[in-house]
Design a protein around this ligand. Structure first.
Ligand code: TYD
Ligand code: MG
Length: 457
């Protein structure tokens, strides 16, 4: 008989305690402790079930004697997916893909799995039956790889399937649905998630077979079974977007084998995800008329420049308290920006409702779009359209100054490529690029008033 003990584990942060406690001392949450039974023998050594643990014992080496071996990467044949991974799937790596339910995680990995040429894939799903997966693969209609599918929730069984199939890549959908027999708690509990992830990590490292995990996220947007999982895996990719729009962004939040600045944009279609290699063209609406309340920002997400359209509507507040609402842009930042133009440029918006929308349903974190947000607000307020050939980049400071932005050359380059005639940039950025290289007219500004004079005369 395996010796078992019971511990109380915080389901929010994974902290353990010998007794039940009401408030977690680690994360401060209430009522999150649940009892979990652990068989001592197996968890102490975090042994991989069915022994993948015949590791060659290693000797410590001097760091100067260690030879650098370039990690081998598997080409996933999706250039966007490769890019986010840092140039392909590294052999023996454990990659976690997180995202809200229904955003398209299963579609993404199945599509990648089906496309990998001459590779044998094992796709273990604890969420869907084999026929559901087959139906999805028919929608996607791609089959270059040898993709085996199994509907399975037991970790031990998954290892047995791996031994039978001998795959080149293993996919587990999702880590919250599988469980190991070593632990009595239910699938999805912190201990199960951690134990399964550790076992899969060992498997990946010892066999050099990459494993892709899908993970759910909780209501705060963190990967469920929070930091525990993120520490274990080699890379965390976040798949995000608005479910009502078709664009999806895949970004690396952590990557031991590449940069976290990379991101990929996909479009969800009837027949799977399509890679968007030139996002700017899609994100700018194909509007031919000059409409008020629209401004184009030259933005950077990660290291990719793209132009996005900011739309704004300013109207007289119908009720006492004016509404401020924004989609895709931080609403606290919007309030701050409105306060800045009220104070520094003398526009009275206190009695106005202000709505901001970023086209395409994307969420943009780049502060360089501040100036375009304000330009859109003013354009709507004055009911004056901004010239379609002008775009802008610049962060707005509290005193109304335009602060420098990162990667100005790429922003200018992208604007020029898309045929804009003029770009407004922060004055501080001026010395950072070589002036004669561009056909586009570059207009450096110091303060928001200067920018408004250029835009609205
Ligand atoms: P899914 O991959 O199941 O999401 P997740 O695994 O993240 O929960 O996909 C969810 C949505 O994608 C679903 O509502 C249907 C839609 N979809 C398409 O629009 N086109 C397609 O080709 C596929 C397969 C799904
Ligand atoms: Mg799914």
């Amino acid at each position: 008989m395996a010796k078992s003990k019971s511990v109380f584990v915080c389901q929010n942060c994974g902290a353990e305690s010998a007794k039940w406690i009401g408030k977690c001392p680690a994360c401060g949450e209430w009522n999150t402790y649940a009892e979990e039974i652990v068989h001592k023998e197996t968890t102490n050594s975090t042994k991989v079930p069915h022994g993948f643990s015949d590791v060659v014992k290693q000797k410590p080496q001097l760091i100067k004697d260690v030879a650098i071996t370039a990690e081998k990467r598997i080409d996933t044949t999706s250039s966007e997916f490769n890019r986010v991974l840092g140039g392909g799937l590294v052999e023996g790596s454990l990659v976690l893909i997180g995202g809200e339910p229904g955003i398209g995680k299963s579609t993404l990995v199945l599509q990648v799995a089906l496309r990998m040429k001459n590779k044998r894939i094992l796709y273990a799903s604890g969420e869907e039956s084999a026929s559901q997966l087959k139906m999805r693969s028919e929608r996607i209609q791609e089959a270059e790889s040898e993709c085996y599918i199994v509907s399975e929730t037991s970790l031990e069984q998954i290892f047995t399937h791996i031994r039978n199939v001998q795959p080149d890549v293993v996919i587990v959908d999702s880590i919250q649905t599988i469980s190991t027999e070593c632990i009595d708690s239910s699938p999805g509990s912190i201990t199960q998630v951690r134990e399964c992830a550790v076992a899969l990590l060992r498997f990946a490292k010892e066999t050099n077979i990459p494993v892709i995990l899908i993970g759910h996220i909780n209501k705060d947007g963190n990967i469920a079974g929070p930091k525990v999982l993120e520490h274990i895996v080699d890379a965390v990719l976040q798949f995000e977007g608005d479910r009502h729009y078709m664009y999806r962004i895949l970004r690396a939040n952590k990557n031991r084998f590449g940069s976290t600045d990379e991101l990929a944009i996909f479009e969800m279609r009837q027949n799977g995800l399509r890679e968007v290699s030139n996002p700017s063209e899609l994100l700018l609406s194909q509007n031919q008329n000059d409409l008020s309340g629209m401004a184009v920002a030259a933005s950077i997400e990660g290291i990719r420049p793209f132009l996005i359209e900011i739309q704004s509507l300013v109207s007289t507040a119908a009720y006492g308290t004016p509404q401020r609402s924004s989609t895709g842009f931080d609403s606290r930042r919007l309030n701050m920006l409105l306060a800045v133009i009220e104070k520094r440029a003398g526009f009275k918006l206190a009695q106005k409702d202000v709505f901001i929308n970023i086209a395409g349903g994307l969420r943009v974190n780049d502060p360089g779009i501040d100036i375009a947000v304000l330009a859109a607000v003013l354009s709507s307020n004055l009911d004056m359209a901004i010239n379609k050939n002008i775009c802008m980049a610049g962060e707005v400071g509290l005193s109304g100054e335009i602060r420098p932005v990162a990667r100005i050359e790429q922003r200018i380059g992208e604007a020029e490529k898309l045929g804009f005639k003029k770009i407004i940039i922060p004055n501080y950025n001026e010395k950072l690029y070589k002036t004669n290289n561009y056909k586009i007219e570059i207009q450096p500004v110091r303060r928001i008033e200067e920018a408004f004079r250029i835009l609205f005369g």
